[in-house]
Ligand binder design. Structure first.
Ligand code: FEO
Ligand code: CA
Ligand code: CA
Ligand code: CA
Length: 676
């Protein structure tokens, strides 16, 4: 294919307004095609989704809460073709459930159990990852291929292999794997990463809540184990959806009970929580391959894993840990990238080379606009002092540092951030962007701000403890010193601050970026740069920002914005005057990017009712944009659905129709590049 370069790119669509409609709204001149939806069958002979709660067999259907996605090209002959823009494999995460819509009259005893086995099995299998073939039969008529031999579901029961320094650790031993090298499944798959060798990295985010620990468990644990369980939040007495309360000895249900019950770790699931919280590599082109959990990348609430691959440089992977007060991580391979590996056929073997042997770092943001990567290496990580009832935590080995990444990062003094979500890299400059979706007054009080998390203010649409802090979030970015992936120092600034321009039309301490109603937003989450194979990805690449908001949803549903972002250091220094709920004020110096304008930031899409916009990719030619619409109508239930999307996209849905998460394909009616 011919590469067309334009310089510089300019946004070429008219910004759309706030919307509370139950449809996906796109600019004039664009069209929406609904692609794979919750429940769509992924094999010949599987019945169409009835969408009335009677469907089962989610191991052969599209899962719920579609999250991150990526289009892996296929040639007409059905083999890997990175340049194909008309046929490919859509790999999508299925993070969680809108459980009220999955059963005829909602779930039975979902909070505390006992759960019926058939309901729990359906819910378990609706999690994980899907691979589905997409094809454009000409003139932008996209459809998915139900009977493709590439179609696959990876669920919380799919066999997995552990790789890297923690594989074989006693901390990973379970009844599934008496030597700690294997396990089953993946869960709460949120954002993703794409390697430079055509594999998909799926990230395990809020896995901790699925596990149950009975009151009897605490007395049976060591002090170090209790400290780690508390740090990661494995504390539920039932686990999400109470799956382990099913009256069955089947491991599918019992593995969610992490209570010590057996004679040894090999006899129960006490360490099953240690098998989650990883980045997992999947080969989308080989439906029989076993996914590999890459322990060298650490264990946390992995949001995403942006992979920066530059020939001759070490592979860099940038990863947010999504909770308030968590950290930004970077993994660097030991070996520099050999371009020949980009097209190797043993893709997971290439993954072994670059993702099993390397160094994990955590970020420290300094008040002067510089930053450091602190290495999480056994021997250089100090112990954690004793606190409360916990004894001093002395790391035992590198496996301990990786299984308990958060504790090691605490010990190093990393910078707690306002909920680190997606990472994305500018394909031209290599600058790395990170969404910090929001924080609140308990995690970011007036006197707890720092230069990298500098704002404290109130949102009039929220109440209680969440109304003050940084309710609309911001986007920080960094440039590695020397522009190399293995740099241990960097420069940073804040690219953009979210704000509600109706509440704060001109307050420079809150609406720092000068947003207007045509580009205001709250709680940035998904981040994506247009691929550098299309003109929107070159010279002045387009950055796409997705929102997962609770603070502005009285004005508008969640959205996707397009931006031309500039560079680190564009805006210089500024000082914010912060104000807490009692009217106290304090100042905080920071580094703000250039102001948003109608030319460099525009709203491109607004989704249907109660959805989150998450998951995004383009075809290599830039002429189709795929976007995930997650959990429309998430606050409704089977008796009273609060959204009817995607059926409502055509304007004709009945009031009883249940909503479904789905991917949409957006094309330009003139066949042009999306966004330009
Ligand atoms: Fe799954 Fe942090 O969003
Ligand atoms: Ca997310
Ligand atoms: Ca979010
Ligand atoms: Ca979500």
């Amino acid at each position: 294919t011919t590469t067309v370069r334009v310089s510089p790119a300019a946004l070429g669509f008219t910004a759309i307004a706030h919307s509370l409609e139950d449809i996906a709204v796109v600019p004039a001149g664009y069209s929406v095609t609904v692609m794979t939806r919750l429940g769509d069958p992924l094999a010949a002979g599987v019945a169409a989704y009835a969408n009335d709660g009677t469907d089962d067999n989610f191991a052969q259907r599209i899962g719920d809460h579609g999250d991150a996605l990526h289009f892996f090209g296929l040639s007409a002959a059905g083999s890997r073709d990175d340049s194909s823009s008309t046929r490919g494999l859509m790999v999508q995460n299925h993070e969680n459930l809108s459980v009220d819509y999955l059963h005829p009259s909602g779930p039975t005893n979902v909070s505390t159990g006992p759960r019926p086995a058939d309901e729990a099995k359906k819910e378990i299998e609706a999690h994980g990852v899907s691979v589905s073939e997409y094809a454009d039969s000409g003139d932008r008529t996209w459809a998915y291929v139900q009977s493709s031999s590439f179609n696959r579901r990876i669920t919380p029961m799919t066999p997995m292999a552990f790789h890297g320094p923690a594989a074989g650790s006693a901390m990973l031993v379970t009844a599934y794997s008496n030597n700690g090298t294997a396990g089953r499944g993946t869960i709460n798959n949120c954002a993703n990463g794409i390697s430079g060798w055509a594999t998909n990295l799926t990230c395990e985010e809020n896995w901790a809540g699925y596990f149950r620990r009975d009151a009897s468990d605490a007395a049976l644990r060591t002090g170090n184990e209790l400290r780690a369980l508390a740090r990661y939040g494995v504390s539920s007495k039932t686990g999400n959806y109470a799956w382990s309360t099913v009256a069955s000895t089947e491991a599918m249900f019992q593995k969610w009970n992490a209570t010590i019950t057996g004679a040894s770790a090999a006899a129960d699931y006490r360490y099953e929580p240690n098998q989650y919280g990883w980045v997992v590599e999947i080969d989308p082109y080989d439906p029989t391959s076993t996914p590999r959990k890459r322990t060298a990348l650490g264990r946390c609430g992995h949001e995403g894993a942006f992979v920066r691959v530059v020939a001759g440089q070490k592979v860099g992977v940038y990863m947010g840990d999504d909770s308030r007060g968590e950290y930004l991580y970077k993994y660097v391979s030991n070996t520099a990238f050999d371009s020949a590996d980009a097209s190797a056929s043993d893709r997971l073997g290439v993954g072994d080379k670059y993702l099993d042997n390397g160094t994990l770092y955590v970020a420290k943001f300094n008040a002067d606009g510089t930053g450091q990567w602190l290495q999480l290496v056994y021997g250089s990580v100090p112990s954690l002092p004793a606190t409360g009832t916990y004894p001093e935590y002395v790391f035992a080995d590198q496996a301990d540092v990786l299984v308990n990444t958060r504790l090691a990062a605490d010990a190093l003094g990393a910078t707690p951030m306002d909920r680190p979500e997606w990472t994305a890299g500018n394909p031209v400059t290599g600058e790395i962007y990170l969404t910090l979706t929001n924080s609140n007054a308990s995690k970011r009080p007036l006197n707890g701000t720092d230069a990298a998390n500098p704002r404290h203010y109130g949102d009039p649409n929220l109440s209680g403890s969440t109304s003050y802090g940084n309710p609309n979030g911001h986007i920080i970015r960094l440039r590695e010193d020397g522009d190399t992936t293995d740099a241990t120092t960097f420069k940073w600034d804040i690219y953009l601050f979210g704000a509600d321009a109706t509440d704060y039309p001109s307050d420079a301490n809150v609406n720092v970026s000068g947003l207007t109603t045509s580009n205001d937003f709250s709680s940035p989450d998904g981040l994506y740069f247009s691929r550098d194979t299309n003109p929107a990805g070159q010279i002045n690449p387009v950055l796409w920002i997705e929102t997962d908001d609770g603070a502005m949803t009285d004005r508008t549903n969640c959205m996707l914005l397009a931006a031309l972002p500039g560079n680190v250091g564009d805006g210089g220094a500024t000082t914010l005057t912060n104000k807490d709920k009692d009217g106290n004020t304090a100042t905080q110096a920071t580094f703000a990017g250039t102001a948003a304008t109608a030319a460099n930031l525009r709203r491109f899409l607004v989704g249907p009712v109660e959805c989150e916009i998450t998951g995004i990719d383009m075809t290599p030619d830039g002429r189709t944009l795929f976007v995930g619409i997650q959990h429309p109508g998430e606050n409704g239930d089977a008796a009273a659905p609060s959204s009817h999307w995607p059926d409502s996209q055509a304007g004709t849905a009945a009031a009883t129709v249940r909503p479904r998460s789905a991917i949409i394909a957006i094309t330009k009616d003139d066949g042009g590049i999306i966004g330009l």
